[in-house]
Each structure stands twice: as C-alpha cells, then as structure tokens.
Design a protein around this ligand. Structure first.
Ligand code: FE2
Ligand code: FE2
Length: 438
C-alpha cells in the first residue's frame, strides 16, 4: 500500500504526526524521513482523539514458558495513563479469564511510558481475546503448545527498520500464521537515542504482524543499532531495547526460548552489551548441554560468523568463530541464524568452517526491510551455498518427525530461496534439497 493510498481522509491529527516527524527530521534524526507519515505518535494526540490508543501494542515472550504465559506491552505519553491499568485475557469459552495489572516504566529516559502485562497461568495452545482497562480490543493472542504434534512455524529475519518495505514483508510473514517471529537484532534503528523510531517500529508490528486479528509474538535478539556505540557497550547503553525485552531471569540480552521439549532457540548477544568471551560463552555451553535431547536446536545472533557482505575478520566475529563455533558443532546445533549484513545467504553445512555432512547450517543475513548490500558470491567465499542481495523474511517450519522446511520470501511474494533440511548424512550438503524458485 502506498503512502498516497493511506493519505485519503488524512485527519488533522495525522498531519500533526507528520509535522512531528518533519521536526525530528530537521533536528537531523535521519531515520525519521523514512517514517510513514501516518505513523502514530502518542505524544501528539489531540483533544478530539480517544483517551487511549494501543497502536504500539505488541505481544512477546521474554523467558517464561511460552505455553502458559504471554507478555503484552505498549507505549503511552508520560503524562497520560501512567497509572497501572488492567489487562484481561479471555479464552473462547470465558471460563478462565486471567486479569493482571500493568507494570509501568519510563521508556528508556524518553517522555514515554511502557506498560507491560505479564500474564501467567494460561492454557497451552489456546487463543485468548484481549481487553485493556475493561474495553475489548481488536486483537487476540495464542499460547504455544505443550505437546507438539503439528509442525511449528515461525518467521525469522533481522535488520527491519521503519521503511515502506517493512509492511509488505510483515504481511508475507503473517500469511504463514506463524506461532511467533524472531528478529535477530537491528529492530528500530533507534541507536539507543531515538524513541520515535520505536513508535514506528512497534506500530508496524502491531498493524501488519497479525494473523487475522492475532498478534504474532515478537521474540528479539539484540543488534548494534539497539545500542549507543553499537558494540562493546553495556545494557545501560541500550535503554529502549532493555525496557521492552529485558527478562525476569537476567540482566543481559542472551537467553533461551524453549517450546515444549521439541524446540530450543538460543538468542545471543554478539558483543553489543555483553562480551562474547567469558560468562556468555560459559552460559552457551551450559544451555546447549541442557538441551541435547531437543529435536530442533537453533541459535540466533546478530553479527554473522560467516558473512556474505562484510570482511571475514571484522566486528568481533573472530571471537565468535573461536569460542562459539566449537560449541555449535559439539552440541549439534541445527541452524544458526545470522544478520547484520543486509542480504540473503545460506552456507553449506559447516564444522569448524569446513564443509561437513554433520555440520551446522548458517542462514541469514538480515534484510527484513533495511536496504540490501552487494554480496560476495559462493565462488568468492567457499562457505556460501547461496548469496543474494534481496530483501526477505524466512519461513521456518519444524516437524515433529525431525524434518525442516525453509523458505525466504521477498516483499513482492518473490521466492528468494527454498530448501528442505533433513537430518540425513552423506555429501557435504546432504539433507539439503534445493527446490526450484518461482
Ligand atoms: Fe542492520
Ligand atoms: Fe547490524
């Protein structure tokens, strides 16, 4: 949908929002010029507009069991709705409505507040309607299954931003009815400073990452554009990210999402607010050792160990190669999702960087909206099987029988790549069945 399409019936409040963005632009906040002028800024709400607005509302999981919990959060102006409000999740039969009060926190030093409802004791694999402060919303959530009998589908990518390329990619992902979506860093490109970009990012997610009216939970890893300084910093330098995606069990950005005993995803911090070497690597080894029985064991982090665009030794990936690759190999991680280079790539299965039929597949490289860069070819970098300068989001389907299907799709429904990945052995690419592109 073009901005012109959206402009019909533009209200005075919409114009105010645009002017707000324009003023940010004159202050030199570069990303603002990308914002859809229809984007909502809760600080610009006029007297004729509703008391509250939930256009930034998202669902997420932050570390509790996804089968029985759901976190809902949204932004409000600091001067309004700074009192806790009630959030109710009601199942179809209304028999066991869960009601909690929101926790309100300042949104990373800005003049916005973040409301958060951590709803617990939900039923597995169940759909819930959402009501906030007694008013039912156009929205629903669904918990993860406790017993996995059907394939688990999720969307994966990174490097999103707020450009007009984002909504069509979100719509592609939402069509798959994914249980959740993983963004492997560089979400709003706020760099720890520009809260307005988070408003635009969250509004895109709220509006377009819906399956029907179900909010698709956002599971996030940290990237350099979440952090003032990018790499080698502390959580204090990523105030917006940590206000939205902190975790009840930790004060860092690395953690594990476990879906039943079937699937585990380790979300790691590639030296943005925690060093690769040291406590994080120790945790990676312990976390992998505890999950050797998973049918599907995945890792997600921002900086690619095997980049398709940038230099092979750069951005701290040497330490990741030295300390993480042996662990990914030893514990038979199936796929490591990488980002940051703004392109599409699929490696051969690799062990210690060399082709190996039992090796790890590295998939990336993050272009869920951000403009693409020129890639190196597989001839230039022998670890690459496929490399394309294409915007994309990846559909991942993991079956209880151990099979895995992957499809990378662009904003025009163009198929960038598609392959099946069985747990077979043989040639260097064994188990990878390349399927014809559209
Ligand atoms: Fe990026
Ligand atoms: Fe990045």
């Amino acid at each position: 949908m073009s901005q012109d399409d959206r402009g019909s019936g533009r209200s005075s409040s919409t114009r105010r929002r645009f002017l707000h963005c324009a003023s940010l632009g004159t202050l030199g906040i570069a990303g603002c010029t990308e914002l859809d002028p229809r984007r909502f800024d809760p600080r610009d709400r006029g007297p004729d507009e509703p008391e509250s607005d939930f256009s930034t509302l998202i669902a997420t999981w932050r570390g509790h069991d996804p089968a029985t919990t759901m976190t809902l959060q949204w932004l409000t102006p600091e001067t309004e709705l700074d009192e806790s409000v009630s959030v109710e999740l009601s199942p179809e039969d209304d028999t066991s409505t869960r009601r909690v009060q929101t926790e309100v926190a300042q949104f990373g030093g800005s003049d916005l507040n973040r409301h958060r409802a951590d709803v617990t004791d939900l039923a597995p694999d169940a759909r819930y309607r959402i009501a906030i402060d007694g008013a039912e919303l156009e929205g629903a959530v669904r918990t993860a299954p406790e017993d996995v009998t059907e394939p688990i589908t999720f969307a994966e990518g990174g490097d999103v931003g707020t450009s007009s390329d984002v909504p069509p990619l979100h719509e592609q992902a939402a069509v798959w009815d994914p249980l959740f979506a993983v963004v492997g860093g560089d979400l709003a490109y706020a760099d720890g400073w520009h809260e307005g970009r988070w408003i635009a990012f969250l509004e895109h997610w709220n509006e377009y990452m819906r399956s029907g009216n179900r909010l698709i939970p956002l599971v996030a890893a940290i990237g350099n554009h979440e952090v003032r300084g990018g790499q080698g910093e502390t959580p204090d330098e990523a105030p917006f990210f940590y206000t939205l995606f902190d975790n009840p069990h930790r004060e860092h950005a690395y953690w594990a999402l476990d879906v039943a005993d079937e699937l585990s995803i380790l979300l790691l911090d590639s030296n943005h607010t925690t060093a690769v070497v040291g406590e994080q690597t120790d945790w990676v080894e312990d976390a992998l050792a505890e999950r050797t029985d998973r049918k599907h064991l995945l890792a997600v982090y921002h900086v690619p160990i095997y980049p398709s665009v940038r230099e092979i030794d750069d951005r701290g990936r040497e330490a990741m190669r030295q300390h993480w690759v042996p662990l990914l190999d030893e514990y038979d991680v199936d796929v490591a999702f990488e980002h940051d280079d703004h392109a599409y790539k699929r490696t051969h299965r690799l062990a210690g960087g060399e082709p190996d039929p039992d090796g790890v597949l590295y998939l990336g490289d993050g272009a869920w909206g951000r403009g693409t860069r020129d890639v190196h070819s597989p001839d230039e970098r022998s670890y690459l099987a496929v490399s394309e300068s294409e915007l994309h989001v990846i559909r991942v389907a993991l079956s209880p029988d151990g099979s895995r299907q992957f499809r990378a799709v662009g904003p025009d429904e163009n198929r960038v790549d598609q392959f099946d990945y069985e747990s077979a052995h043989g040639s260097p690419d064994s188990g990878l069945e390349n399927l014809p592109a559209d």
